[in-house]
Design a protein around this ligand. Sequence first.
Ligand code: PMV
Length: 320
Amino acid sequence: MPAVSKLADSAQANGKVILGGEHAVVYGCPALACAIPAGLSLRCQASAKSDLLELQIPSWELDRSLSATPGPTEDRLDAAIRAIFEHAQIEPWGHRIEGQAQLVAGAGLGSSAALCVALAKLALGPAASQQALYDLSMVGEAVFHGTPSGIDSHLAVHGGFVRFTRGQAPETFELAAPLRLWVISSQTPRQSAQQVEKVRDRVQRHPGLAEPLWSLFGAQVQSMQAHLLAQDLSALGEVMQMQHHLLSSLGVSTDLLDGLCQAALQAGALGAKLTGAGGGGCVLVLPPAKLSQAEFSGALERAMQEIMGLVYPHFPVEIE
Ligand code: PMV
């Protein structure tokens, strides 16, 4: 394996939120998703520890040291990092990488793809094509998720707002006006791979339901896209709620995610749904146009307090 003397100095990658079609996208249905720009930034420098690759991302409480020989306690994250550099035929030893993340980790906001893409950028350098970055990041994503659809990596590399169908060229579209969404974190970690497996098991137990189920997902995504383009936010919110219930029928919602959706609706939201793999992670909320950010945040806090006795972290995401 040829040694490289230096990785790139810095790299950025986007996070994402899925508006609709998560899980179904693994089975070839379309999903609608948009990037959270620059969700992760990495800085890399040479270090005196010539046999180690160090990676620290304090807000993810992540502090790893990898050496050329895998240790007995390596987890998926270590294996994904190792797989990316091995696949690129690059020896990353003697580097220290520090990261700053705007994204909550392991919460359906595309943190693992952002990490894989940012590492791919450090490995391949600034001249790498977007396709090469995507392909290399998918090597790491496969370690994290088993059978990733590629939607997270696509958005981590390209950004924007897309309708994504596995195996097809993603369709990027522009919105007539920026879309404001809110994200509420359930603070419940979960692994996407387990949730994807759970859905696979359920669908395999009911093979006759698979086709109508995926076709309903596809129809809802189509309708969300039409409402978005027409700027009909109340219709969009209604279909978001239908998506939440459809995802819930696959077994990937939880009482807490349902409660957070209920709190958002009580606060006046037009729609709310789990986003990403579910089982924990985040809820995506479409706020009412008539309330300011501060008013909606206050209403949301009061509703969470009343329904769950606790205020969960929440933040706005503006999609251009
Ligand atoms: O890892 P998450 O929570 O962002 O979920 C990814 C979306 C899924 O559709 C559940 C899986 C995939 O590979 O598309």
